[in-house]
Structures are given as structure tokens and as C-alpha cells.
Design a protein around this ligand. Structure first.
Ligand SMILES: NC(=O)c1ccc[n+]([C@@H]2O[C@H](COP(=O)([O-])OP(=O)(O)OC[C@H]3O[C@@H](n4cnc5c(N)ncnc54)[C@H](OP(=O)(O)O)[C@@H]3O)[C@@H](O)[C@H]2O)c1
Length: 270
């Protein structure tokens, strides 16, 4: 499972690897003997995850950087390509975003949530794409949100950034047809990571209808990401009942929008 046809170790680049889904994915890949390039801003957290990847049987390379910084990502990719070669998988899991009304969203808030996941995924995917295309294989997994299908009230910047990520994925699907390189969009419901601690004033704004969807752990999310690397699919939902959202949205987007609005946040009177 962990070896490619040439017997070499498989290599993954994982963003958001200092916490949550990214860290759990790095550990799970480590347990399969992969070499994992860990990308996030907090160096000390990456060092801790690197130790766990090593203990699990893998090899970790830490790359502390802001993935929204294109030149920094290009420099990291050049190093990785030089030392490890083209990655077999890229997991774009870096992400942030507070759930606020547009008028309450500061310039820095917006820059942060467009920076990750969207720009981070763009930068990392772009930096490795020539190498993946040259080798005619590779899987790019984007960790996304149901907000990219059906928005709910009071999370304007968050929703915009997740639509941008989905837009990148859909555009890549067209661009990559027939190349052997796959783009996969994996959508999770709520994950019991540190996400809502890092983005305060968000969790309480989950629409009531969303609370029907079971919360999953980062470890389960990681298993879904690994399954997607093994068997790439354009769109993956977990919990699986989330797929019903997409079906309902196709049949009646107005009804889905109405339910999200009626069970979601209300504006206080001015
Ligand atoms: N948690 C949920 O309920 C949930 C549900 C559906 C989808 N998602 C999506 O899944 C993604 C990951 O969420 P999570 O639950 O794993 O969140 P998390 O536990 O808060 O982890 C987020 C990761 O992103 C990294 N990050 C943020 N901005 C970055 C940047 N500019 N450059 C590099 N790394 C950056 C953080 O590391 P540093 O701070 O060290 O940079 C951290 O490692 C997010 O896009 C989120 O929207 C989450």
C-alpha cells in the first residue's frame, strides 16, 4: 500500500498539517510509511506532528510557512522536488474563517480566509502541477465545506472562500481531464478539531438543520482523505448523509436555501 511500482516511498504534501484534519492525515500517511511534507505556519506544532509521523513509521519534512504566500510556497516546492521528487498526493487542508456578516468582516479576516483555504490550495497545487503532469499521475485532495454547495446566513467570507476552493477544484477537473492527475473535493460536516476555537464566534452559527449531521473526528476525516487518495473521486461527502444535501440542492436549491435561512442565524434589528 505504501510503496509505488518502483518500490520508492510515496510522498505527500499536506497543508494545515499543524492541527485538525491535516495533522490527522499526516499521522495516517505516516502509519502507511509515506514521506509527508508538513506545511503550516506554526513551526513548533509541525515539529510535534513530525515526531508523531516518525513514531507511526513514516518520515516527515517540516515546512513552516504561510501557504498564502506564493513565493514561499514556490521555494518549498523547489526544495521538495529536488530532494524527494514529485509528490504522489497533495492534501490541501489549510483553512481558516470566521462566520460573520459581511459588514462585520474585517479586511484581515477576509484576507485570512481567502488566504487559506483558497490561495493556499492554489499556490501549492500550482507549484507542483508541472511535476505531476510530467509524471502523468498524482492526486490533489481539497478539504472543503458544505457551505460551498448551500450557503447559510451570517458566514459571508467563509462561504465565499469555500466557493472559491470549489471553483478551483471544478476548474482543475476540466484542465486535468485525460492527464492522469486527479482533483478531488472532500466535504465534511462538523469535525471535532480546533477549528472553532481558532475561529471564535462561529460554532454557534451552525444552522439548526446542520446539527442533524453527526460530528466526525479528525481521524475519521483523515481515513476519508486516504481513501480518496487510494480511489480518487471528484466529490466525496462525509458523513455520507451530506450527499443528500447535494441531491436536494440539485432538485430544489430554493428549498435548501430556505431551510438554511429559516434554521440559521437571524440579523438583530438595526
Ligand atoms: N472543523 C470543521 O468542522 C470543518 C468542517 C468542514 C470543513 N472544514 C475545513 O477543513 C479545513 C481544515 O479544518 P480543520 O478542522 O483541520 O481546522 P484546524 O484544526 O483549525 O486546522 C487548520 C490548519 O490550517 C492551517 N492554516 C491556516 N491558515 C494557514 C495558512 N495561511 N498557511 C498555512 N497553514 C494554514 C493551521 O495551521 P497554522 O495556524 O499553524 O498555520 C492548521 O494547521 C478548513 O478549511 C475547514 O474549513 C472544517
Amino acid at each position: 500500500m505504501s510503496a509505488d511500482p518502483t518500490g520508492a516511498r510515496r510522498v505527500a504534501v499536506v497543508t494545515g498539517a499543524s492541527a485538525g484534519v491535516g495533522a490527522a492525515t499526516a499521522r495516517a500517511l505516516g502509519a502507511r510509511g509515506w514521506t509527508v511534507v508538513l506545511v503550516a505556519r506554526r513551526a513548533e506544532r509541525l515539529a510535534a506532528v513530525a515526531a508523531e509521523v516518525g513514531a507511526a513509521g513514516g518520515t516527515a519534512v517540516v515546512a513552516p510557512l504561510d501557504a498564502a504566500d506564493g513565493p514561499a510556497v514556490d521555494a518549498m516546492a523547489a526544495r521538495v522536488l529536488d530532494e524527494l521528487g514529485a509528490p504522489d498526493a497533495i492534501v490541501n487542508s489549510a483553512g481558516a474563517g470566521v462566520w460573520r456578516w459581511l459588514e462585520d468582516t474585517g479586511h484581515d479576516d477576509l484576507a485570512g480566509m481567502l488566504g487559506a483555504p483558497f490561495l493556499a490550495a492554489w499556490n501549492v497545487t500550482r507549484a507542483f502541477m508541472p511535476a505531476l503532469l510530467a509524471r502523468r499521475r498524482g492526486v490533489v485532495v481539497h478539504v472543503g465545506s458544505p457551505a460551498s454547495l448551500a450557503p447559510w446566513p451570517g458566514a459571508t467570507g467563509y462561504t465565499t472562500s469555500r466557493w472559491a476552493l470549489r471553483g478551483l477544484h471544478e476548474a482543475l477537473r476540466q484542465d486535468l481531464a485525460g492527464t492522469g492527475v486527479r482533483s478531488c473535493h472532500v466535504l465534511f460536516g462538523e469535525v471535532s478539531s480546533e477549528y472553532f476555537d481558532a475561529n471564535p464566534d462561529s460554532h454557534q452559527h451552525i444552522p439548526r438543520v446542520g446539527r442533524l449531521i453527526p460530528v466526525i473526528t479528525p481521524e475519521r476525516a483523515a481515513r476519508i482523505v486516504l481513501r480518496t487518495i487510494d480511489r480518487p473521486r471528484a466529490q466525496v461527502f462525509d458523513p455520507p448523509m451530506l450527499a443528500a444535501l447535494q441531491v436536494a440542492n440539485r432538485i430544489s436549491p430554493r428549498l435548501v436555501a430556505l431551510v438554511a435561512r429559516r434554521t440559521g442565524r437571524r440579523r438583530s434589528a438595526p
